[in-house]
Design a protein around this ligand. Structure first.
Ligand code: C2E
Ligand code: SIN
Ligand code: SIN
Ligand code: FE
Ligand code: FE
Length: 377
């Protein structure tokens, strides 16, 4: 990999692992930098693999005509050629996607529809595990000849390395939060399963809202990664309030509400410690933590923001969190049924909650039930 970096026709400044730019901008910049050398390379894309669900998700795409796979997920098991390469660690080249597509998944058909005729895929491995793919495509047939591949291989390695660094930064942040949670007894209060479920509800909503609100796959991914951190500030709430088996008094609830401000302080300290405070994804984390109890009509806390002043991240996480809180047992209440919870969210749509986010959750009930079956308390 070190050799690969040196071979790159970009300045050392841009290769420096500053993590100040999102992966999307970095990949777009790499693509611009090699345009002169490889004018017929028309697309660089990254897909991320989640081993727990076997899903491959499109994540970043450098093409100007838009990403034909924006927000797409596919099961690796349904992509036998790519699955083989993921295991073997080689590369996969398709010289003519038109003749190839007859035998392949709808993913390739969508690429052909967008005009791409040849394809190069390289798996990303890190710490012995398959992490995803770097994809290159060209509008030309037979573009990925051995000599082009030799020239592009360092670029593929750099994109892979950048992807791994970006994922690692997020995982480090999550690990730090996880450690803090373990050390405090707050982890007993909100179960692991609650966090797994609500993050997935948030992802369902985010995937559908992203194209309408001009958000990228990368944004969806970070929102999904950060959603479970919404209540980190609860570690600063005294035990007798956090673990109270009954309803809170108004005074106790005022103390409880401070978990949002405490969470924001934690985010700031962590981001500073990790040296990534100016990275755009920290804004996503900040919005998740800071806005998850705001309401679109201004009746929420701590700021009482209304409408679009409540960040999209906050509005999505609020719906996901409350739906899961209502359908779970809490020390102070019994679980509601899904229908009861959705009726409440619908009744409060446009008041407490973003109506589009509520609609999406209502119309995704089979996915919701799958999540509830997979992640039980
Ligand atoms: P949480 O349990 O994770 O609940 C998150 C949010 O889900 C709540 O935010 C609220 O908007 C909604 N929610 C949960 N249960 C109910 C319910 O039975 N009815 C309705 N209408 N909404 C519900 P909220 O109210 O700001 O509370 C924040 C956190 O404060 C809660 O997080 C929980 O940890 C704690 N909390 C709130 N009320 C009580 C209580 O009466 N007793 C105890 N022990 N804790 C409470
Ligand atoms: C990954 O494990 O590849 C990151 C995304 C996820 O946790 O689902
Ligand atoms: C992709 O390029 O995003 C996946 C389709 C493929 O090349 O198999
Ligand atoms: Fe909260
Ligand atoms: Fe919660």
């Amino acid at each position: 990999m070190a050799t690969a970096c040196r071979a790159m026709p970009v300045s050392t400044e841009e290769v420096a692992p500053s993590l100040q730019q999102g992966l999307a901008e970095r990949v777009a910049a790499y693509h611009r930098d090699i345009r002169a050398e490889f004018p017929r390379l028309d697309r660089i894309a990254v897909a991320i693999y989640d081993s727990r669900t076997d899903l491959l998700r499109s994540f970043v795409d450098s093409s100007e005509g838009g990403n034909p796979f924006e927000h797409t997920m596919a099961r690796l098991a349904d992509l036998p050629e790519l699955a083989r390469v993921a295991r073997s660690g080689g590369i996969r080249v398709i010289d003519d996607m038109v003749t190839h597509q007859a035998s392949s998944a709808s993913l390739s058909r969508r690429l052909v529809k967008a005009g791409y005729l040849s394809s190069f895929a390289m798996p990303i491995h890190h710490k012995g595990a398959f992490q995803g793919f770097v994809f290159f495509n060209s509008f030309l047939r037979d573009y990925f000849t051995p000599s082009v591949i030799r020239g592009l291989r360092p670029v593929a390695d750099l994109v892979a390395l950048t992807t791994v660094m970006e994922l690692e930064a997020v995982r480090m942040l999550q690990a730090a939060v996880h450690t803090v949670r373990q050390m405090s007894r707050a982890r007993d209060e909100e179960t692991h399963a609650h966090l797994e479920r609500m993050a997935r509800y948030a992802r369902i909503i985010a995937l559908r809202l992203a194209p309408r609100r001009g958000r990228s796959d990368e944004w969806v991914e970070f929102l999904y990664q950060f959603a479970p951190l919404h209540d980190i500030g609860k570690i600063g709430v005294p035990d007798h309030i956090l673990f109270k088996p009954g309803r809170l008094t108004p005074e106790e609830f005022e103390v409880m509400k401070q978990h949002v401000a405490k969470g924001c302080e934690i985010v700031e300290v962590m981001a500073g410690n990790f040296g990534i405070d100016r990275a755009s994804h920290v804004d996503i984390l900040h919005n998740v933590v800071g806005h998850h109890h705001e309401c679109v009509d201004g009746s929420g806390y701590p700021l009482g923001l209304s409408g679009d002043a409540v960040s999209l991240e906050g509005r999505i996480v609020a719906v996901a969190d409350v739906f899961d809180a209502l359908t779970s047992n809490r020390p102070y209440k019994k679980a509601w049924t899904n229908d009861e919870a959705l009726a409440f969210l619908t009744e409060q749509a446009g008041r407490k909650f973003d109506p589009e986010a509520v609609d999406i959750l209502c119309s995704s009930q089979s996915a919701v039930r799958d999540i509830q079956r997979t992640f039980t308390d």
